[in-house]
Design a protein around this ligand. Sequence first.
Ligand SMILES: *Cc1c(COP(=O)(O)O)cnc(C)c1O
Length: 424
Amino acid sequence: MTSLVERDRRVVWHPYAAPEASPLFAVESAQGVRLRMEDGRELVDGMSSWWSAIHGYRHPRIEAALEEQLHRLPHVMFGGLTHESAVRLCERLVALSPEGLERVFLCDSGSVAVEVAIKMALQVWVSKGRPGKRRLLTIRGGYHGDTFGAMAVCDPVTGMHGLFEGNLSRNLFAERPGCRFDEPCEDADIADLARLLEQHRDELAAVILEPIVQGAGGMWFYSPDYLTRVRALCDEADVLLIADEIATGFGRTGRFFACEYAGISPDILCVGKALTGGTLTLAATLANDRVSAALGEGDPGVFMHGPTFMGNALACAAANASLDLLEEGKWPEQVSSIGEQLRSELEACRSLPAVADVRVLGAIGVVELHEAVDMSVVQPEFVEEGIWIRPFGELVYTMPPYVIESGDLSLITGGIFEVVSRIA
Ligand SMILES: *Cc1c(COP(=O)(O)O)cnc(C)c1O
């Protein structure tokens, strides 16, 4: 009999993979923090399915909400029609997000949320009669998605801009802030960004960045001070600020939104990933009055975007159930105790020859190596250890579901130590 993995290799593409993905493992089901593999093995999940499954898999409250929605209204077009689950979700996102963000555009994925944010920013300046302001400024080491607009603000090196030369918008890139999370931001840390903002203010529509935690572009945690200063510099230069909280949103960094560390509010905010608790694809772009007023008053007076599956009712129901769970208020303690345990247990990795740095913030643990891992070697080794960890480049990291228990988290940290210790 042909195995699932063999069938997959004939017809399926995987993310960032060769046509025949390797190594590849088949999952049969998932429950709580465990993936049950086709061969009967169980893996403790250290990835939350790319930051999304924060309540673990098959949470009964999310399942119940999906069932109820499924039998009432799974989906309806959002052009000219609305429904309770979407309105309720948008009301709640406005209430939970930083001050001033008051209107929500629902999107189908994080990359689309970023496209929407960029289009909003560009349309604002057209409306204001300043169409020359159409470039973006971002910081190196960022990740904002894989569609063209989003890709054009990803790190030019890890985002492989060279492959798409000529088709990407020519944006501006400032040095990554050198100041770590617990350090102050010195003038030198922000000099490059400040200079670019000042020099290009008349052609810049917005600064876009991941607040506090740069995720898939380098897993770097930087100083809230830096973010506070970016907000002030954007105001001085009359440039919008877009915060991409697709990875950081919903508690992962220890605050509900990472912007809260700096006490700032962006003009545009993107959320996604954990929004539905990892069950369905949904993202959102929130805008403040400065953005919505300019768009509404300008010509054509409408925002030019509208996905077919916008406001998908099933996804909104899942998101509402996930927010219900977060509002029960257990997450701050869960995230902080995961952080404490990661800090103490990953520390052992620091002395290993392959390791360059160990850092933890919120429920995110990173072991940075001197060299990129060989996935064909380490991926099966993590599975052998009974854990699901998916490194990229030189970064081995975990952001487990918030509901993970301490014994299971020790399996993850112990497994990481074992596998990393075998790397020369
Ligand atoms: C994952 C991610 C995206 C892209 O989201 P998709 O749902 O994969 O399109 C954008 N920005 C950040 C910060 C992300 O982590």
